[in-house]
Design a protein around this ligand. Structure first.
Ligand code: ACO
Length: 402
C-alpha cells in the first residue's frame, strides 16, 4: 500500500506520541502526554501513514534561538522524530524531512532549523551540520578557585520549585539574548524541562533549586555512600547568572555542598568554571555533539546574524536536498551586517550546505572544516577571511534537549 503524509490535528497527539516513544524504546505514560500537549503544535507535525496506521513522523516547535550578535531569531526546532520498528528504511524519515524543509522554504518561515540527534549519522544527509557541542565536566568537591576570583558575598538559598521558577525564568530571559544557541522557552517548555516525576529522576534525587539574586542553579544528587566516606555526586541540571560574579558564587556553592565527592555537569564547551579553578586539571572534561543546524535558505539565514569582520567572497554552495540553495552566492559583510546575492561570478570557496550549518552559530571554524575536506578554497585568503567573519565571541551552547 502507498504511504501517505499529512499534518496532524490535536486528536492525533496520543497515537503520535505512542509511535515516537516506541521508536525510542520507551513506554508511553499518560502524565507524559499531558506534558507534551503544551508543546504540541499539530499543524507543524507531520506523520506518515501506511493505510490507516500511523508509522512515523516528526515535529517542529516554534522557538527563537540566539544568533551571534543578532540576539533571538526564529528557528524551527525539530523534535519527536521516530519511525515504528518494522517500518524503517522505507523512506519515512526522508518524507518527513522533505515536508519540513521544503515547507519552511515555500512558506517563508524560519530560515534555519535545528535539532539534537539521537545518532550522529542520521541528519548530515539532510544538510544538517554540527554547530554546537556540549562539555561534560567533573570537578571534585572543594576544588579551589584562583586567588583573583571575586564572588559577591550574596547569600544563596535553596528554595522550593514554586519559589524558584519565576526567578529562574526572569534570569534566563535576561541572559538568553546574549548567549548564542539558547532557546526561547514558553511556560510549557519550562514545565517539560523541569518535570520531576520519579521516572524523570533515573534513580537520582529530586531537583534542588538554588537561588542567588542574580542567578540560579538546579541540581540532583546521585547517592554513593562508601566505607571511607560519602562520594555522592552532584549533577548540575542548569546554571545561569546575569553577572560573572554571580556565576562564580553559584559554582562555589555547588562545589562546597557537604557529603559530595564530585560535581558533574553537561555545559557549554567554554564554561568558565575550568578557568575559575586554581588547578585547571582538576576539571575532567569531554565533548560531544549537541546542536545540529540546517540552513533552510542561504540568503535569509546568512543575513539574519551578524559577523566578526568585513569580508567579500563568492560561496559556491551544494545542496542535494534543498536545491534552491545550490549555486553561487556573493557574501559581503560591512560593519557586521551581511548582504547575500545570487551571482554567476567565479567562486572563492566551495562548500556543502552542511558546512554552512556547522559554522552558522560561530563555533565550528570553516578553516577547520577545510582541513577535514568539507570546504575547498579557490581564492587564496578567502578561507581565513570567511572563517574569521563567522566566528562568535563565545562558543554556541544549547542548554536543553528538546
Ligand atoms: C530530532 C530527533 O528527534 S532525533 C531522533 C531520531 N529518532 C530515533 O533515533 C528513533 C529510532 N530510529 C528511527 O525511528 C528511525 O530509524 C529513523 C527516524 C532514525 C530513520 O527513519 P527511516 O524512515 O528508517 O529513514 P529513511 O528510510 O528515510 O532513511 C533515509 C536514509 O537514512 C539512512 N538512515 C536512516 N536511519 C539511520 C541511522 N540511524 N543511521 C544511519 N543512517 C540512517 C537510511 O539508510 C537511508 O539511507 P539511503 O537513502 O542511503 O538509503
Amino acid at each position: 500500500m502507498a504511504l501517505t503524509l499529512r499534518t496532524l490535528t490535536a486528536d492525533d497527539l496520543a497515537e503520535f506520541q505512542r509511535v515516537v516513544n516506541a521508536s525510542f524504546l520507551s513506554d508511553s505514560v499518560e502524565d507524559q502526554l499531558e506534558r507534551w500537549r503544551g508543546l504540541f503544535e499539530p499543524e507543524r507535525h507531520h506523520a506518515v501513514f501506511d493505510g490507516d496506521e500511523l508509522i512515523g513522523g516528526g515535529g517542529i516547535q516554534t522557538r527563537e534561538i540566539t544568533l551571534p550578535g543578532a540576539g533571538p531569531q526564529p528557528v524551527a526546532a525539530v523534535t519527536s522524530v521516530g519511525v515504528k520498528p518494522g517500518h524503517r528504511r522505507r523512506g519515512v524519515l526522508t518524507r518527513v524531512m522533505r515536508a519540513q524543509l521544503h515547507g519552511l522554504h515555500e512558506e517563508g518561515r524560519e530560515a534555519i532549523a535545528a535539532l539534537w540527534a539521537s545518532e550522529a549519522a542520521i541528519y548530515p544527509r539532510f544538510g544538517y551540520g554540527l554547530a554546537a557541542e556540549f562539555a561534560r565536566l567533573e570537578v571534585p568537591r572543594g576544588a579551589e578557585f584562583h586567588p583573583g576570583v571575586s564572588v559577591d558575598g550574596e547569600r544563596l538559598r535553596e528554595v522550593s520549585r514554586d519559589e524558584a521558577m519565576p526567578a529562574m525564568k526572569a534570569v534566563y530571559d535576561d541572559v538568553r539574548p546574549g548567549r548564542t544557541g539558547w532557546l526561547s522557552r514558553l511556560d510549557a517548555a519550562w514545565e517539560h524541562q523541569f518535570a520531576d516525576t520519579e521516572r524523570d529522576r533515573d534513580g537520582l534525587s529530586a531537583y534542588h533549586y538554588v537561588l542567588h539574586p542574580q542567578g540560579y542553579a538546579v541540581y540532583r544528587i546521585k547517592h554513593d555512600w562508601r566505607e571511607r566516606g560519602p562520594r555522592n555526586e552532584l549533577h548540575v541540571r542548569e546554571i545561569a547568572a546575569r553577572t560573572d560574579e554571580a556565576y562564580a558564587a553559584l559554582y562555589r556553592y555547588l562545589l562546597d555542598v557537604d557529603l559530595v565527592g564530585e560535581v558533574k555537569s553537561y555545559t557549554a564547551s567554554d564554561d568558565p568554571v575550568v578557568h575559575l579553578l586554581d588547578d585547571v586539571r582538576l576539571a575532567l572534561r569531554g565533548r560531544s555533539d549537541a546542536l545540529w543546524v540546517r540552513v533552510v535558505d542561504v540568503d535569509r539565514a546568512l543575513t539574519q546574524r551578524r559577523y566578526n569582520s568585513d569580508v567579500d567572497a563568492v560561496l559556491e554552495v551544494s545542496d542535494g536536498f534543498c536545491p534552491w540553495n545550490a549555486g553561487r552566492w556573493r557574501f559581503t559583510v560591512k560593519d557586521g551586517t551581511a548582504t547575500v546575492h545570487r551571482v554567476d561570478d567565479a567562486p572563492d570557496l566551495v562548500l556543502d550546505v552542511q558546512a554552512l550549518g556547522a559554522a552558522y552559530l560561530g563555533g565550528t571554524r570553516l578553516a577547520m572544516l577545510a582541513r577535514a575536506q568539507r570546504v575547498s578554497e579557490v581564492t587564496e585568503g578567502a578561507l581565513n577571511a570567511v572563517s574569521h567573519a563567522l566566528l562568535g565571541d563565545r562558543e554556541p551552547h544549547c542548554p536543553e534537549v528538546f
